[in-house]
Design a protein around this ligand. Structure first.
Ligand SMILES: [Zn+2]
Length: 123
């Protein structure tokens, strides 16, 4: 008996790569809509229109900024996962759990192409 994970089919990995690339494009356009990308690196910062200088306007701005920032952060996390999954495809280790090295269930990968851990080690 060996613990080497059974490899996923090339066609399946290609399809996952395609899905991940589309997801990356979607996330990047979402992010560029609500945030400003750093010139260097992959970091985004929430962008909020200046409404005005009155105190109540500042409160609205702050609330909008907080909302934009939390959306931005969740998009950024998703983008990071997608990029990591694409990297794992090019490294030839896509679909194996980062914790135990076992092969991640194909159904799980279909539902979540950027999954990096098996069901047991997720979260
Ligand atoms: Zn695992």
């Amino acid at each position: 008996m060996t613990h080497t994970p059974q490899s996923l089919g090339t066609a399946f990995v290609e399809a996952q790569k395609h899905t991940l690339e589309e997801e990356r494009t979607r996330l990047q356009s979402e992010l560029s809509r609500i945030a400003k990308k750093d010139v260097v690196g992959d970091d985004y910062h929430a962008r909020v229109e200046q409404i005005g200088r009155a105190p109540d306007e500042n409160v609205v701005e702050e609330e909008q900024y907080e909302a934009a920032r939390s959306v931005e952060q969740s998009l950024e996390v998703q983008l990071r996962d997608v990029n990591r999954a694409l990297q794992r495809i090019s490294d030839g280790i896509y679909g194996t759990c980062t914790k135990c090295g076992e092969r991640i269930d194909q159904k799980r990968l279909e539902a979540l192409p950027s999954a990096q851990a098996c069901v047991k080690h997720a979260g």
